[in-house]
Design a protein around this ligand. Structure first.
Ligand SMILES: *Cc1c(COP(=O)(O)O)cnc(C)c1O
Length: 813
C-alpha cells in the first residue's frame, strides 16, 4: 500500500488519541498496541470492502475452507508484512520512541487449534489471499483457545487461555449476519405443500453470530475473510413456553447450554472423543457457515442449480463432514430441489482432506446420540447411505460383508470419514506417502469404487510468516544473494544452490544462526534463569506430545549420552542443547508422564557439574505459534522422528528446513519428499520404513524384550526409568516403561534406537566440519521453496476447487 512515514506517524498519533484519548508518553503498551492494530485494520478496510463487493457482483468462484481449528498466532506482524509497511512502521514508531517488536509481543496468540491441522488452515488462508485465490475460512470463535501450559515441579498444568481478555482488534462482529441453528426436537413428514416435506419441530434454537477477520494478501489488494461463529441464545421469536414453560431457571440453563457451544476448543490432537458437545460444535459452525454462504449466493442472483459452479467447500479432516448432509438439507428441504439434483450439486461442491490414518482419531458417532441431536440430518445420512449401499450391491452382488464394511452407518455408529468420501468429488491425502497408504491400505475399498476422487496435496507452510517474519536476518541475506523474486515465487530459492560453497554466504548463514541462538538464549536467561551455551548444537523437537511422534526416543537417547559422559567425562562430543516443546492433551496420561520424564532428566543433567556443560536439556513451556517463530530460526538440528507411516505429513519439518536446520528424520510423511528435494546427503535419515512398520504390525509387532536383553545400552536406560536413579519415585515412569516392554513397544522406539544413535553420531561428525555443515544448511533453504503453501494452494485451486488466481481484485464503484 502507499504510505509514507510522516503520514503514518500522524495517523498513529490520531488513532491513539481517537481510540483512547491519550498521547504517546501517557499511553500504556496495551493501548499503543491496540492503536497500531486498529490503524492497520483501518488501512485494510477499503480493500476488504472492495474485495467483498467484487465477489458479490462478479459471480467469481469462491472456496470456503471449513475447519474446526485455525491456529493463527499473532496477526500484527504478518499484516504489516503483507501490507508491505513493516519497515516503514518500525522506523516511524522508533522516531516516536516506540519499539514495534515490543508492541508485537503484547498481542495474545489466537490459539484456536491444537497443532499441525489448525496451523495448516492458517497457512492456507495466508496463501490464498497472497496468490489471489478467492477463499475464506469458516470456523468457531472459541472463547478459550488451546490451554496455556505451565510446568510445575516438572508436571504440565493447564490454564484456560482467555485470549479475548483484552479484546481483539482484528475481528468485527456482524450482528446483522446472524443465523439460527437448530438442535434436537422431532421431524414430521407432511404432504401439505403438495410435495413430501419435513417439518422440524420442538427444536432448541441457537443464534450463530459471525465475527469476521480480514485476511490480507501479500502485496495485493485482495482481502479475504475468516468468519468465526459464536453461539448466543436467541432472545426473541423463541417461545419459551413451548420449550421451558416460562421457567426462569430453565431459561438460564438454556443460556448456559447454548454459550457452552463456542466456549472451548477440545485439546485433543489426533484423538477422537465422542462427546455430545463436540458434535454440537461441529454442526453449529457447519450449519451457520452453509446457511450464510447460501444466503449470500442467492443475494447475488445466481440460480441455485449452478451453486457448485461458483462455490467450493473444503472439509478439513472429518470434523466438518456433516456439511455433506447439511447442504443436502438446505437444498432439498428449503430450496425444494429434487434429491438427485441436490446430490449432484453437493458432491460437486464438497472436497475432503484426510489428515491421519491413526485409528484412534477416526470419528464414529453413536447413532442414538446423533439422531437425538440432529434428527433431520440423521434421516438424510440414512438416505445417502441407502443409495450408496444400493450402488455397492450392484457392484458387489452378494458380498454383504464387504458392503457392510463400507456402509456409512454400521454397528450402531456413523463413520464420518465415509460420509465425507461418498459426499465429495475429491479426497486428498497430505503427503505422497500418506496418500499411497490411503489408496492401498486404509481406504483401499473406497479407492476401488472411486479411484478418480483420490489425489495427493502435500502440505505446505507460508514462507511469509515462517521465513520472512520469523527470520528477518536470513531474509535479508537471501535478498542480498539471489534478489527478491523468491518472495513471489518461492521455488526461486533454488538459485541459492549456486552459492552453496560460497564462503561469504556460508559465513553469513552461520553468523545469522549464531545471532538468533544468542538472542533466544538471552530471552531464556531472562525468563527461566537458565544459562545456555550458544556455541552448542541447538537440537529441537517441538510439536504436540504423542507416542507416535516419539519424544520418548529422543529423551532415551539423551539418557544414553549422559550415561556415556558419566563413564567418561572426557568423551569427545560436540556440546548440545536439547530443546523440547510440547503440549499433552490433559487426559493423555502417557504423554503427560513423558513431559515429567523430560523435565526430570533435564533437572538431573543440567545440575550435574561433572559433565562440563556438554549436555543441556530445556523444556520450553507453552509451545505455541509465537514461540515456534522464535525457536525455529535458531535450530541447528530438527527432530522429525515419528514411527514411519504414522505422521501423515508434518509441517514443523518444513519450517525448520526453510530456516536452514539439518533434519534427523524417519522416512515418514513429508520427510520423504524433503529428502527427495534436498538430496540424501543433506538430511540424516534413519530407522524402519513405513512398509516395514506396516508388515511388522500385520504379524503382531516384534519382540521388544529381545532388544532389552541383547542391547546393554537399552537395558540400562530402561532400568533407570524404574529403579529410582532419576531421583524420583520408582513408580513415576512405570507407564512409559510398560509401554516399551510389557506392551511390546507399539511405536518401535527400541527397534529404532540403534539407528537413531548412529544418526545422532553422524550429526556430531558433520557439525565438526563447518564448511560441510553450512553447505548443507544452504542446500536445505534452497530446496525448501516447494514446501511453500503457495504451491500447495495452487494445486488445490487448479485440481480441486476450480478457482482462479486473480492478479488483483478489480475495483468496484
Ligand atoms: C507447525 C506447528 C505444529 C505442527 O508441527 P508438527 O511437527 O508438524 O507436528 C504444531 N504446533 C505449532 C504451534 C506449530 O506452529
Amino acid at each position: 500500500m502507499k504510505l509514507n512515514k510522516e503520514k503514518f506517524k500522524s495517523d498513529y498519533k490520531r488513532k491513539l488519541m481517537n481510540t483512547f484519548a491519550e498521547e504517546i508518553d501517557t499511553a500504556s503498551k496495551l493501548h499503543k498496541y491496540f492503536a497500531l492494530g486498529g490503524l492497520v485494520r483501518d488501512y485494510v478496510t477499503e480493500n476488504w470492502v472492495n474485495t467483498n463487493k467484487y465477489y458479490m457482483e462478479s459471480g467469481e468462484k469462491q472456496v470456503y475452507y471449513f475447519s474446526m481449528e485455525f491456529l493463527i498466532g499473532r496477526l500484527l506482524g504478518s499484516n504489516l508484512l503483507n501490507l508491505g509497511i513493516r519497515e516503514l512502521c518500525y522506523e516511524g514508531l522508533t522516531e516516536l520512541g516506540i519499539d514495534l517488536n515490543e508492541l508485537e509481543e503484547v498481542e495474545n496468540d489466537a490459539g484456536l487449534g491444537n497443532g499441525g491441522l489448525g496451523r495448516l488452515a492458517a497457512c492456507f488462508l495466508d496463501s490464498m489471499a497472497s496468490i489471489g485465490v478467492p477463499g475464506h475460512g469458516c470456523g468457531i470463535r472459541y472463547k478459550y483457545g488451546l490451554f496455556e501450559q505451565k510446568i510445575v515441579d516438572g508436571y504440565q498444568v493447564e490454564i484456560p487461555d482467555y485470549w479475548l481478555r483484552d479484546g481483539n482488534v482484528w475481528q468485527i462482529k456482524k450482528e446483522n449476519k446472524a443465523v439460527e441453528v437448530r438442535f434436537g426436537g422431532n421431524v414430521r413428514a407432511t404432504y401439505e405443500t403438495g410435495r413430501l416435506s419435513f417439518i422440524h419441530e420442538n427444536y432448541e434454537p441457537v443464534r450463530a453470530v459471525p465475527y469476521d477477520t480480514p485476511v490480507v494478501g501479500y502485496d495485493k489488494n485482495m482481502v479475504n475473510t475468516l468468519r468465526l461463529w459464536s453461539a448466543e441464545p436467541v432472545d426473541y421469536e423463541f417461545d419459551f413456553s413451548t420449550f421451558s414453560r416460562g421457567d426462569y431457571l430453565k431459561a438460564a440453563a438454556y443460556r448456559t447450554s447454548v454459550e457452552s457451544i463456542s466456549q472451548v476448543l477440545y485439546p485433543d490432537d489426533s484423538n477422537f472423543e465422542g462427546r455430545l458437545l463436540r458434535l454440537k460444535q461441529q454442526y453449529f459452525f457447519v450449519s451457520a457457515g452453509l446457511q450464510s454462504i447460501v444466503r449470500s449466493y442467492k443475494k447475488s442472483g445466481l440460480p441455485m442449480n449452478e451453486f457448485h459452479k461458483h462455490t467450493a467447500i473444503h472439509i478439513n479432516d472429518t470434523h466438518p463432514s456433516v456439511a455433506v448432509a447439511e447442504l443436502m438439507r438446505i437444498l432439498v428441504d428449503i430450496e425444494e430441489l429434487s434429491w438427485e439434483e441436490a446430490w449432484h450439486i453437493t458432491t460437486n461442491t464438497m472436497a475432503y482432506t484426510n489428515h491421519t490414518i491413526l485409528s484412534e482419531a477416526l470419528e464414529k458417532w453413536p447413532v442414538d446420540m446423533f439422531m437425538k441431536l440432529l434428527p433431520r440430518i440423521y434421516m438424510i445420512i440414512e438416505e445417502i447411505n441407502k443409495r450408496f449401499c444400493e450402488e455397492l450391491s450392484r457392484r458387489y452382488p452378494g458380498q454383504n460383508g464387504k458392503i457392510n464394511s463400507m456402509s456409512i452407518i454400521n454397528d450402531g455408529v456413523i463413520k464420518m470419514a465415509y460420509l465425507a468420501i461418498v459426499g465429495s468429488h475429491s479426497v486428498n491425502g497430505v503427503a505422497k506417502l500418506h496418500t499411497e497408504i490411503l489408496k492401498n491400505q486404509e481406504l483401499n475399498n473406497f479407492y476401488q469404487v472411486f479411484p478418480e476422487k483420490f489425489n495427493n496435496k502435500t502440505n505446505g507452510i507460508t514462507h511469509r510468516r515462517w521465513l520472512m517474519k520469523a527470520n528477518p536476518k536470513l531474509t535479508e541475506a537471501l535478498n542480498h544473494t539471489i534478489g527478491t523474486n523468491w518472495i513471489k515465487n518461492p521455488n526461486e530459492l533454488g538459485k541459492l544452490e549456486n552459492f552453496k560453497t560460497d564462503k561469504s554466504l556460508q559465513r553469513k548463514i552461520a553468523s545469522i544462526k549464531k545471532e538468533n541462538k544468542l538472542q533466544f538464549s538471552n530471552m531464556l536467561k531472562a525468563k527461566y534463569g537458565i544459562d545456555i551455551d550458544p556455541n552448542s548444537i541447538f537440537d529441537v523437537q517441538v510439536k504436540r506430545l504423542h507416542a507416535y511422534k516419539r519424544q520418548v526416543l529422543n529423551i532415551l537417547h539423551i539418557m544414553y549420552l549422559y550415561n556415556k559422559l558419566k563413564e567418561n567425562p572426557n568423551l569427545d562430543i560436540v556440546p548440545r542443547t536439547f530443546f523440547f516443546g510440547a503440549k499433552a492433551s490433559p487426559s493423555y496420561h502417557l504423554a503427560k508422564q513423558t513431559i515429567k520424564l523430560i523435565n526430570t532428566v533435564a533437572n538431573k543433567i543440567n545440575n550435574d557439574q561433572s559433565i562440563n556443560g556438554k549436555l543441556k536439556v530445556i523444556f520450553l513451556e507453552n509451545y505455541s505459534v509465537s514461540l515456534a517463530e522464535k525457536v525455529i530460526p535458531c535450530a541447528d538440528v530438527s527432530e522429525q522422528i515419528s514411527t514411519a507411516s504414522k505422521e501423515a505429513s508434518g509441517t514443523g519439518n518444513m519450517k525448520f528446513m526453510m530456516n536452514g536446520a539439518i533434519t534427523v528424520a524417519t522416512l515418514d510423511g513429508a520427510n520423504v519428499e524433503m529428502k527427495d528435494s534436498v538430496g540424501e546427503d543433506n538430511i540424516v535419515i534413519f530407522g524402519l520404513k513405513a512398509n516395514e512398520v506396516i508388515s511388522y504390525n500385520k504379524y503382531g509387532g516384534y519382540s521388544a524384550f529381545d532388544i532389552y536383553n541383547n542391547d546393554m545400552r537399552v537395558k540400562r536406560i530402561l532400568d533407570q526409568l524404574v529403579d529410582g536413579s532419576l531421583g524420583v519415585s520408582s513408580g513415576e515412569f512405570k507407564n512409559i516403561h510398560e509401554s516399551l516392554l510389557m506392551f511390546n513397544d507399539e511405536y518401535f522406539v527400541l527397534k529404532d534406537f540403534d539407528a537413531y544413535v548412529k544418526a545422532q553420531e553422524k550429526i556430531d561428525t558433520l557439525y565438526r566440519d563447518p564448511a560441510k555443515w553450512n553447505e548443507m544448511c544452504i542446500m536445505n533453504i534452497a530446496h525448501s521453496g516447494i514446501f511453500s503453501s503457495d504451491n500447495t494452494i495452487r494445486e488445490y485451486s487448479k485440481d480441486i476447487w476450480g478457482t482462479r488466481e486473480l492478479k488483483s481484485v478489480p475495483v468496484i464503484d
